[in-house]
Design a protein around this ligand. Structure first.
Ligand SMILES: Nc1ncnc2c1ncn2[C@@H]1O[C@H](COP(=O)(O)OP(=O)(O)O)[C@@H](O)[C@H]1O
Ligand SMILES: [Mg+2]
Length: 768
């Protein structure tokens, strides 16, 4: 860091001032006390760190003003930066900070999101904090002994700060952070490894199982192949047998068909035979035809008789006709007679009825009389005949009826005895009897002879038989010849039909014979096929057995394949896990290595590691530089020694940075025992050597030395020696600012900033 310019506004005693430092190399800031010299150092530290000689931030605002601004531009690592820090006391007060970098002639903001972030960026750029600054290169007013008066441990911390060891501390904490993270990862991966190891431990068992299962599968597959081959052979055989069975069925059908044809043919024979007998039936006609011939012959022989009989039949027929008339008249009379006879019989009945009625009446009266007498009987010898008595009354009335009844009986008895009844009927009977006698006379006159009438009729019947033959006589010869022809025809027909039928039967028999031969052929085929078919049941049985065996084997195979699949899957999973395990182990190893590395790095970067080494290595250099300066300032009187370790009571080594100062005349004695000027020489020697160290450290950032009123306490000779020494340091620093109010130091510097006061606040004039 090399300051280039500063722009101040209401900054402490400065109201408005811009100071150009570019041209300066080793410059004296000169002016009276209170003019604003030390304020220019604040103008460097305040923008950079927000700190300086004042206690509170508002103290940097000019009294009576509310808004302050301090801008510092500087060169660092070949770049130009600018820091602007503002403060307003208005209200509760407000600060702002801006970091900029000059890029291609333009200021670009490099600020963070917040002021603390920006401050952190500045600190990182400078690689040092305010405390490090004022303990080393910035020897602010009254703080020259800042390092010397520090406790040994603080001193070491300052040295570490000067040496930029906080970077290593940063590395250490980063490495520790990494180590911590790595440990967490390590724990996770170690658990993973353990889990994977537990899980993959089962793999050999599974692999052994797989071998067993695969062997079993091969054996089952072999068995299956064997059985399936056998089954296929049997199925083929069965197909052949089934074809044979079908062929047998076919033959049976054919035999049945032929048998039916034979039967049909056989059935035709009786039909044909019947036709023969039908033909023979024609013979039945022959006797009637022969009879006709003989009848015709007979007719011819009785020719005369037939003719005379025919003539007589005519005569007799006339006689019968006459007789028929007489018979009719006679039967009419007979009918009349029979009617009358019936009438007579009827009248006889009626007469008899009259006699019967009379006899009944007589019998009735006799009973009435007898009853009356019986009723009147109690009256015999009886005195009292009072009719009022009911019993007596009836008896009296019965007795009184008897005489009447006797008279009626007598009258009726006379009628019966004399036959004096039914007179009219008897007269009608007599009339009818005379009619009968008349009819009898007429019948006698007719002289009808029933016997001769009957005989004529019989005779006619006989005659009519000849009479009927008469017409036949006329074509008798023709009829005889026809009959003879018919007979001859019948014989011929019968002969023809019989020949035809015999021929047909012969043909049928030939057919039957052929068909029976065919059946015999089929039967032979069938027999040989049936011999084969006998095997069919056994084959089917074997097929069923094989099929069920195959089914069982397939099931077994399926189960084993499933088991194999499951085992393979498990093994695959475990193989994957093995890969993962290897990965995890590799990761574990690498993490363990990382952890070791990070721990090593942390240790290496730690206070006891590289930091200690750097400090140890820096000590002789500081000592050499400091003793060189001190010897020149004290004319070889003083020398110092820095001790970084001392054994403690507990035999441990205590980290420390002790300063031992030797006075050439008096040996080693404590710092406190030296005078103020002596102390100042010692302080400056140490501070300058530290500042030089700072310029040589890696990535040297602070190449500015500030010495505020450090020579004031020295006597003139020492002061002059000191100022000469400062001038010799010009090659070591980019800028050296020496502040002094003393006027006698002016000659020692070619370049100056004169600080003075005006009504417009402090002013600084650069004389280069
Ligand atoms: N906030 C302020 N407002 C006005 N003046 C101030 C303020 N702070 C300090 N001062 C004055 O500025 C002057 C410069 O002080 P300083 O730079 O220490 O002087 P020196 O030149 O002696 O180093 C002093 O008189 C001091 O009282
Ligand atoms: Mg001062």
């Amino acid at each position: 860091m090399r300051p280039l310019s500063m722009d101040l506004s209401n900054f402490r005693s400065y109201l408005s001032e811009s100071i150009e430092l570019t041209a300066l190399k080793v410059a004296l800031i000169n002016g009276r006390n209170g003019n604003g010299k030390s304020t220019l150092i604040d103008a460097i530290t305040f923008p950079l760190f927000g700190r300086g000689s004042a206690d509170k931030i508002d103290d940097y605002v000019t009294l009576g003003k509310t808004d302050m601004s301090a801008a510092l531009s500087f060169e660092l690592g070949g770049n130009t930066y600018r820091v602007i820090r503002n403060r307003t006391t208005n209200g509760r007060g407000k600060s702002s900070l801006e970091l900029q970098q000059l890029i291609n002639g333009e200021w670009e903001s490099k600020s963070g999101a917040t002021a603390p972030e920006t401050e952190e960026r500045i600190r990182k750029l400078l690689r040092m904090d305010y405390e490090g600054f004022i303990a080393s290169a910035f020897v602010v007013q009254g703080e020259a002994d800042k390092f010397s008066k520090q406790k040994p441990a603080e001193r070491k911390a300052t040295l570490a700060n000067i040496l930029g060891l906080d970077a290593y501390s940063e590395y250490e904490s980063q490495a520790k952070e990494k180590a911590k993270g790595t440990e967490v990862d390590l724990k996770v991966v170690r658990n993973q490894v353990q889990e994977l190891e537990t899980r993959t431990a089962n793999k050999p068992t599974l692999e052994a199982q797989l071998v067993t299962v695969e062997a079993e599968i091969v054996s089952i597959e072999d068995q299956l192949k064997e059985k399936e081959t056998a089954l296929n052979q049997l199925i083929e055989k069965r197909a052949n047998l089934q074809a044979a069975e079908i062929r047998i069925m076919d033959i049976n059908t054919q035999i049945a068909g032929i048998q039916k044809e034979i039967n049909d043919l056989n059935n035709q024979i009786p039909l044909l035979e019947r036709k023969t007998s039908d033909a023979n039936k024609l013979k039945d006609q022959i006797p009637s035809l022969e009879k006709r011939i003989s009848d015709t012959e007979k007719l011819t022989a009785n020719k005369d008789k037939i003719i005379s009989s025919a003539n007589e039949a005519k005569v007799v027929r006339g006689q019968i006709s006459e007789q028929d008339e007489t018979a009719a008249a006679n039967s009419e009379l007979e009918l009349e007679r029979s009617k009358i006879q019936t009438e007579v019989t009827k009248i006889d009945g009626l007469i008899y009825q009259g006699k019967s009625k009379l006899e009944a009446n007589i019998q009735n009266f006799k009973i009435q009389i007898k009853n009356a007498k019986q009723q009147a009987k109690p009256l015999e010898g009886l005195e009292c005949q009072n009719p009022t008595c009911q019993l007596i009354k009836g008896a009296v009335e019965a007795r009184d009826k008897i005489p009447g009844l006797n008279k009626q009986l007598e009258e009726e008895t006379i009628k019966l005895d004399t036959g004096n009844y039914a007179d009219e009927l008897k007269q009608q009977k007599e009339a009818l009897k005379s009619k009968l006698m008349e009819i009898d006379i007429q019948i006698e006159i007719l002289e009808y002879d029933q016997k001769s009438h009957q005989d004529l009729k019989i005779k006619l019947v006989d005659l009519e038989r000849y009479e009927r033959l008469a017409p036949a006589l006329e074509n008798a010869e023709e009829s005889k010849r026809l009959a003879q022809d018919q007979i001859d025809q019948i014989h011929t027909t019968i002969k023809e039909k019989q020949d035809d039928i015999t021929e047909q039967i012969n043909q049928i028999n030939i057919l039957i014979k052929a068909k029976q031969d065919a059946i015999t052929g089929f039967e032979l085929d069938k027999m040989s096929l049936e011999d084969d078919a006998k095997e069919s049941v056994e084959v089917s049985l074997n097929i069923t057995t094989l099929e069920s065996q195959i089914r069982i084997l397939r099931e077994k195979l399926g189960n084993q394949q499933a088991a194999r699949g499951a085992i393979r899957k498990s093994i695959d999973e475990l193989t994957e896990l093995d890969v993962k395990l290897i990965d995890s182990r590799t990761k574990l190893d690498s993490l363990a290595a990382d952890l070791t590395d990070w721990n090593d790095i942390a240790r290496a970067c730690g206070k006891n590691g590289i930091q200690a080494v750097i400090i140890e290595n820096s000590i002789p250099e500081i000592e050499r530089e400091a003793n060189n300066l001190l010897a020149r300032m004290s004319s070889g009187r003083f020398s110092l020694e820095l001790l970084t370790q001392k054994p403690s009571k507990t035999a441990k080594v205590t980290e420390t940075l002790d300063i031992k100062i030797s006075d050439s005349g008096l040996g080693v004695r404590p710092y406190e025992t030296y005078s103020g000027a002596e102390k100042m020489m010692i302080d400056l020697a140490i501070r300058i050597s530290l500042s030089k160290l700072l310029t040589r450290r890696a990535g040297a950032t602070i190449r500015t030395l500030v010495l505020d009123e450090t020579s004031s306490a020295l006597d003139a000779q020492n002061r002059s020696q000191f100022l000469q020494i400062v001038n010799t340091l010009r090659e070591d620093f980019d800028l050296i600012l020496v502040i002094s109010h003393q006027e006698d130091v002016q000659d020692a510097f070619d370049q100056r900033i004169e600080v003075y006061r005006t009504d417009e606040g402090s002013k600084a004039r650069v004389i280069a």
